[in-house]
Design a protein around this ligand. Structure first.
Ligand SMILES: Nc1c(NC[C@H](O)[C@H](O)[C@H](O)CO)[nH]c(=O)[nH]c1=O
Ligand SMILES: CC(=O)[C@@H](O)COP(=O)(O)O
Length: 138
């Protein structure tokens, strides 16, 4: 039994709702409990998880968000820095699954977020649980 924190960025609420459904279902299917914390955008996800990890209350973390390319270099910043922040947490031995979609348009996001299609939220939850199991093993 594990307690998992889902950190979700509400930047695109309708897309994130699908990611959340997939992540929650995967955690529950594995027999674990979860709670959710919400931040404004993907750039806040690594910081939110770092703060929550300090509490010692959680065994694993799932980061969910959607970054859609706009007109400027901002896409590269948000997509790259959010992934870099999550990877830094992972290398600090925090079990994190990265469910931040980085896509060209909304249609790409829907296919990936929908639990009945690519189900990237569920995949990120499973990745977090896999790291958690490795952490327990070693
Ligand atoms: N453009 C997207 C953002 N941008 C917002 C940032 O993540 C951040 O909240 C802001 O810069 C304040 O620190 N966030 C997304 O999740 N998705 C985007 O497409
Ligand atoms: C993450 C992005 O690229 C986007 O939301 C920002 O759009 P823009 O580059 O048009 O300001």
């Amino acid at each position: 039994m594990a307690h998992v924190l889902i950190a979700e960025a509400r930047f695109y609420a309708h897309l994130n709702d699908m990611l959340l459904d997939g992540a929650r279902a995967a955690i529950e299917a594995a027999g674990h409990s979860h709670e959710t914390v919400t931040v404004p955008g993907a750039l806040e996800l690594p910081g939110a998880i770092a703060l929550a990890a300090e509490s010692g209350k959680y065994d694993a973390f799932v980061a969910l968000g959607v970054v859609i390319r706009g007109e400027t270099y901002h896409f590269e910043i948000v997509a790259g820095e959010s992934a870099r922040g999550l990877m830094a947490l992972t290398m600090d031995t925090i079990a994190v699954g990265n469910g931040i979609l980085t896509v060209e348009n909304e249609a790409q996001a829907i296919v990936r977020a929908d639990p009945k299609q690519a189900n990237k939220g569920g995949g990120a939850a499973e990745a977090a649980l896999a790291l958690m199991e490795l952490k327990r093993r070693f």
